[in-house]
Design a protein around this ligand. Structure first.
Ligand code: ADP
Ligand code: MG
Length: 334
């Protein structure tokens, strides 16, 4: 890797070939060090694969805490695996770095491996190159054959449920842009939701076989629910007064801004699910087991599109979901 002081081999050896977690859900035949990793999926399982890239100035602010960047690079992928009802096992990491700064690498690897250990994810390979700060993580998980949760399974009459609270991370990004780090506990809680999202892996896995469809909420509920409804060929009806909003969010922004963040802010990494009414008690029970708040916000119906109401009257969300190539809205460019 030209132009980076520490040397590609040394970066890999020092920061990434360290003994992290072993894959909890599969067997690693060969990890970092050869031309490719060799992985064994347990018999009777399907392999689940996802990749997400985060780019400085696009998905995180310039100068962000490297620990948060390492955490988020993995968290966004774990959230996708959770939404499939799968168990994460392995990851690969493609890193493009403007400079080999040991402090930055230490923080980044610390954030990445702390979360990897928590979820039994083993880093089995990657690529390290000089260039604009860009991090691509590919995650591999396993799920009993044929049982992955999909976006396409919602049926008319299913309830719409969402985990946790919505809008915190969007507001947390606003807090991250403040000139000074906040001292207020609520603002700090929002910032933490943005910097260190906790993907719903245990709950997603437990929801398999109970929920009829699932996806993660990464781009704001308004856009993401529309995607799930379209994939399932159904309509959705949501009462926005029923959206779960945190105390921290309510205390920090106006009611209108809270609703706007819940519907149009991104980066929450909560799960959105469809569940038949008769299966709802079982879903609530597994949510309680993993200490996951779960709120019913509406129902799926025949037809298409999403009907939003506020206090029973038609409501139009201020923004749709985030789209990188959507023209008018760029997330941030500083
Ligand atoms: P090759 O040139 O054959 O692709 P590299 O020299 O790029 O091999 O990488 C050597 C080994 O280190 C490979 O096993 C690769 O998967 C691993 N590796 C490279 N960069 C990273 C990284 N950022 N994180 C984890 N593993 C990495
Ligand atoms: Mg290489």
């Amino acid at each position: 890797m030209a132009g980076v002081g520490l040397g590609e081999f040394e970066i890999i050896r020092r920061y990434f070939a360290r003994a992290g977690a072993r894959a909890a859900a599969g067997t690693t035949i060969l990890g970092i060090g050869d031309d490719a990793a060799v992985l064994r999926v347990p018999a009777g399982c399907d392999l689940v694969a996802a990749v997400d890239t985060i780019v400085e100035g696009r998905h995180f602010l310039r100068g962000s805490d490297p620990r948060s960047i390492g955490h988020r690079a993995l968290a966004v992928n774990l959230s996708d695996v959770a939404a499939m009802g799968a168990i994460p096992a392995w990851a690969t990491l493609a890193l493009s770095l403007p400079a080999a700064d040991p402090d930055w690498l230490e923080g980044f690897a610390g954030g990445f491996f702390d979360l990897a250990r928590e979820h039994g994810v083993e880093l089995v390979g990657g690529d390290t190159t000089a260039g604009p700060l860009t991090i691509s993580v590919q995650i591999l998980g396993v799920v009993p054959a044929g049982e992955a949760l999909r976006r396409s399974g919602a049926r008319p009459g299913d309830l719409i449920a969402v985990t946790g609270t919505l809008g915190d991370a969007g507001a947390g990004l606003e807090v991250a842009r403040w000139a000074q780090r906040p001292r207020d506990a609520h603002a700090l809680a929002l910032l933490r939701r943005y910097e260190f999202p906790e993907p719903r892996v245990a709950f997603g896995r437990a929801a398999r076989g109970i929920a009829s469809a699932a996806m993660d909420v990464s781009d704001g509920l308004a856009g993401d629910l529309a995607k799930l409804a379209a994939a399932s060929g159904v309509a959705a009806a949501v009462e926005v007064d029923d959206l779960p909003l945190s105390t921290a969010l309510r205390a920090t922004v106006s009611p209108a801004q809270a609703l706007d963040q819940a519907l149009g802010g991104g980066d929450d990494y909560e799960l959105l699910l469809a569940v038949a009414p008769e299966a709802m008690p079982r879903l609530a029970a597994v949510a309680a087991e993993s200490a996951t708040p779960l709120t019913v916000i509406g129902e799926f119906r025949g037809g298409e599109g999403v009907q939003w109401t506020r206090g029973g009257r038609p409501y139009v969300p201020a923004r749709g979901g985030f789209d990188h190539f959507g023209g008018a809205s760029t997330q941030f460019t500083d």
